[in-house]
Design a protein around this ligand. Structure first.
Ligand code: BGC
Length: 460
């Protein structure tokens, strides 16, 4: 039976990417809320740190467990599940009564964020046509950066206002309920991915969905697309074994790209920059939130640029460009902070960080997520993007755990940690050059057939 879809194509991609907004919001909100929770619950610094990082633990677990389930039950059902976890986690964190209940709430939120980060890129890639897959995939990062910005704005808006007698930080955390509800409603209305439907033999439904998705693209040929998907779905299936045979290059790319995306140090800026400015440059605490808002705006605006250019240039070229910009900007940042007094370096540091964010936001930010959605073969796409996403969360956890310690070990000289990140930015350039395949303009089926072909050639 063919199902009718009530959403327009724009709305399908909007709701499809909405998980990114919650990802950004839930990871960004804690920077402003944690000092308030710390005083309210009389927590130790270590406990507050754990409230921040517990979300990352949940995310690694959420990311890893969702993939195999999504290959089995479909992308849509799991998106609904993720949205329920988002609702639950946001509600629980809003009403948490102490340390333990807050950690539980943050872990539930983490599970949701991890699940959304593994599901959404693959789902968007499977809905998009080859020519627009880059920009449509970038919608995830666009939502993510918007979520971070919203979190900073919500921190700013609620701080010090205990509306209706409810503490400010409870409002900050509870405001995530709104996008979570939107995602829940959206996920119910969203169509299942046509690729997944073919894999499960539901050809009529796949055809109907493809026709809806392509109706505004004049030269699209959904019937031919369906034929190609069916063709690829007939390939012999090795299941998880494929990840160690012909799909191994995809695993290497996904894990490498995701680790490097974190090891260039982006979240030292996203999560900790206000603290750095207070510690290293002796900025007054009241300025911290404005520094956050500044970063949030630069990050979001640069991601809009990424959205505009994504389908016009090769992914590899954009990634290499981003690596060069990041390496140069934070390389200079390290040198000046090692050689000049902090009274002189504060403003140049802010400017160099803005350039670094630009470098990240137009390239590694979006493309890492776009790539993990598109490089895995159909029957292991869910689990493949799970592995990539989990690598991202583990890398994130490592940087977030060690950044402040690293900073302290350099006597709060920001040049120290950023010199380490510069090394990874340089490595990231070479990783792209030698390991990452170009995927722009190719259909998911072409990418898979190429990978099978390369493997067979090597074997023979
Ligand atoms: C990264 C996040 C980061 C965000 C910043 C994403 O692509 O995976 O860890 O916080 O970009 O915009």
């Amino acid at each position: 039976m063919q199902k009718k879809h009530s959403l327009s194509t724009g709305a399908i991609f909007f709701f499809g990417a909405l998980g990114g907004l919650l990802f950004g919001f839930d990871t960004g909100i804690i920077s402003g809320a944690s000092p308030l929770i710390e005083t309210n619950f009389s927590l130790s610094v270590a406990q507050t740190g754990f409230i921040t990082s517990s979300v990352l633990i949940g995310s690694s677990v959420g990311a890893l467990s969702i993939g195999p389930l999504s290959d089995k039950f479909g992308r849509k059902k799991l998106l609904i599940l993720a949205s329920i976890l988002f609702l639950l986690g946001s509600g629980l964190s809003m009403v948490a009564g102490g340390f333990t209940s807050m950690v539980v709430a943050r872990i539930v939120l983490g599970l949701a964020v991890g699940a959304a980060s593994a599901l959404t890129p693959a789902y968007l890639a499977e809905l998009a046509d080859a020519d627009h897959r880059g920009s449509l995939g970038t919608m995830f990062q666009l939502m993510l950066t918007f979520g971070i910005l919203m979190a900073y704005v919500s921190n700013l808006g609620f701080l010090g206002h205990n509306l209706l007698g409810v503490r400010d930080w409870r409002w900050m955390l509870g405001s995530a309920l709104i996008p979570a509800l939107l995602l829940f409603v959206g996920a119910i209305l969203l169509p299942e991915s046509p690729r997944f439907l073919v894999e499960k033999g539901k050809l009529d439904e796949a055809k109907a969905t493809l026709h809806v998705l392509r109706k505004n693209i004049p030269d699209a040929d959904p019937d031919k697309e369906l034929e190609d998907i069916v063709e690829v779905s007939k390939q012999p299936k090795g299941g998880i074994k494929e990840l160690f045979t012909f799909a191994r290059p995809a695993v290497i790319v996904a894990v490498g790209i995701m680790f490097l995306q974190q090891l260039v140090g982006i979240n030292s800026v996203i999560y900790f920059l206000p603290q750095v400015f207070i510690k290293a440059f002796k900025f007054p605490e009241s300025n911290a939130i404005w520094i956050s808002v500044f970063i949030g705006v630069v990050n979001f605006v640069c991601t809009i640029i990424a959205y505009k250019i994504m389908d016009r240039f090769d992914r590899k070229k954009i990634l290499e460009f981003g690596s060069i910009i990041m390496a140069i900007s934070i390389g200079i940042l390290s040198v000046i902070n090692f050689t000049m007094p902090v009274t002189v370096t504060a403003i140049p540091t802010i400017i160099l960080i803005a350039i670094y964010i630009f470098g990240f936001a137009v390239s590694w930010g979006p493309i890492a997520w776009v790539l993990i959605g598109e490089i895995f073969p159909l029957n292991v796409r869910g689990i493949g993007s799970s592995i990539g996403s989990a690598a991202n969360w583990i890398g994130n956890f490592i940087v977030s755990q060690f950044f402040l310690t690293l900073l302290a070990s350099f006597n709060n000289n920001i040049g120290g940690p950023f010199a380490v990140f510069t090394v990874f930015a340089i490595l990231s350039y070479f990783f792209v050059k030698y390991y990452v395949p170009e995927t722009r303009g190719k259909s998911l089926e072409d990418i898979e057939m190429q990978m099978r072909h390369d493997h067979d050639e090597k074997e023979s």
